[in-house]
Ligand binder design. Structure first.
Ligand SMILES: [Zn+2]
Ligand SMILES: [Zn+2]
Length: 391
């Protein structure tokens, strides 16, 4: 019997380092009057500014994932340099949320409870960085900042990262890049009438995804969560290879800092409207359970690359929105979801719109004001696409 041999393009070599400062280690930086360093961190009774020394990273990097333990209103900024001499602007990294105390496998996360900033994409080849922290007044004797850490990521390059070859992976490869199943897939329910076509999707192998740490769990999506990646573009991607590198950096941050099994989202749409397969296998009959909204069972998570919220105020591109509608319509058709409807999201414990924004189930700004404002339009457009498909 002939078995199709799966194509495994050489995986990109993702390199990463974690640099942290805590306690008396802050002494190397510059303290504004009123800021003091003690054994438990930085103190600022009346508030003040701390600026780190310039730090040479042991690798070149193009993504920085910051997280820290301190007062809720510390304001952190980072800056990068190729050589330690010419520095870019200060980039604010507002805390998005905190890191969950447990990893996805239930083990304690050593970074659990830390405030989590956005992943910042900087010019590839950055080698130096520094950070500064505006410390709020704090009179309870606790440090304003006890620890700060940076996950510096070089997402590397895949061997086949020239556009023509990556193009060849769109919809043409039957390779299965997901892990073997340990949990039985949820059986498919009777097909709904309305269907929408599967949009072109760049498979995991095409963007050089790492395999998940352990076998996926499966669920059946009755809801579709919409997210933004809350990643900051200090360097704007123009090529597919640069967007693929972004996916690898997000995956590294999700797996190694958040402690997840894999990238959290099922699909990610870049600003050029290309859909990247995230935590999903190639079997349309099943839904891989993601790590996207804190509940995950009974839902799937779609994310647009960007930061559609202050202070960055990006807006989703037309291409992104159009691909998002295609994805929502396709998934809704597969699962018999009314994209404009509302129903019980059991894991969350209440009725939620079938296509919802992350902020509707969790205390987060995700998917950002500027994407969330389009939610009803997106729901209506997906429904329309499904209805037209049924004609
Ligand atoms: Zn989200
Ligand atoms: Zn792109």
């Amino acid at each position: 019997m002939l078995v199709a041999s799966p194509a495994f393009p050489a995986r990109a070599e993702v390199r990463a380092v974690r640099l942290s400062r805590e306690g008396a280690g802050f002494a190397e930086g510059r303290l504004e009057a009123g800021v003091t360093v003690r054994a438990d961190g930085l103190h600022a009774g009346r508030g003040g500014l701390y600026t780190s020394a310039a730090i040479a990273a042991p690798i070149a990097f193009s993504a920085i994932g910051p997280y820290w333990k301190g007062a809720p209103d510390v304001a952190v900024e980072v800056a990068v340099s190729p050589d330690g001499l010419a520095w870019g602007r200060w980039i604010p990294v507002p805390a998005e949320e905190s890191i969950a105390p447990l990893r996805e496998d239930g083990s304690p996360n050593p970074f659990g409870g830390d405030l989590l900033g956005p992943l910042v994409f900087v010019s590839p080849g950055s080698r130096w960085f520094r950070y500064r922290v505006r410390l709020p007044a704090r009179r309870d004797g606790e440090p304003s900042l006890s620890r700060i850490a940076f996950h510096l990521i070089d997402p590397g390059r895949t061997a086949d990262e020239d556009a023509s070859q990556v193009e060849a992976h769109v919809e043409s490869s039957l390779a299965t890049s997901g892990p073997r199943r340990a949990v039985a897939p949820v059986p498919e329910e009777p097909s709904p009438v309305a269907r929408a076509d599967r949009p072109p999707i760049l498979r995991r192998a095409a963007w050089g995804a790492r395999p998940p740490k352990y076998a996926y769990s499966y669920t059946r999506a009755g809801h579709v969560g919409v997210h933004h990646t809350a990643s900051v573009d200090d360097f704007t991607p123009t090529t597919r290879a640069e967007c693929a590198a972004r996916l690898r950096a997000i995956q590294a941050f999700h797996m190694d800092t958040n402690g997840w099994n894999d990238i959290g989202y099922a699909w990610v749409v870049c600003r050029h409207g290309e859909v990247f397969q995230g935590r999903e296998d190639d079997d349309d009959a099943t839904d891989v359970q993601g790590a996207h909204d804190g509940f995950n069972r009974g839902s799937t998570g779609l994310s647009l690359l960007g930061y559609f919220h202050p202070p960055y105020d990006q807006h989703p591109t037309q291409e992104q929105l159009s691909s998002l509608v295609d994805l929502i319509a396709w998934i809704s058709g597969l699962r018999g979801i009314d994209p404009a409807g509302r129903s019980l999201y059991e894991a969350f414990g209440a009725d939620v719109d079938n296509v919802y924004g992350h902020r509707e189930v969790k205390d987060t700004s995700c998917p950002g004001d500027h994407l969330f404002a389009l939610k009803e339009l997106l729901r209506a457009a997906a429904l329309e696409k499904l209805l037209i498909g049924a004609l």
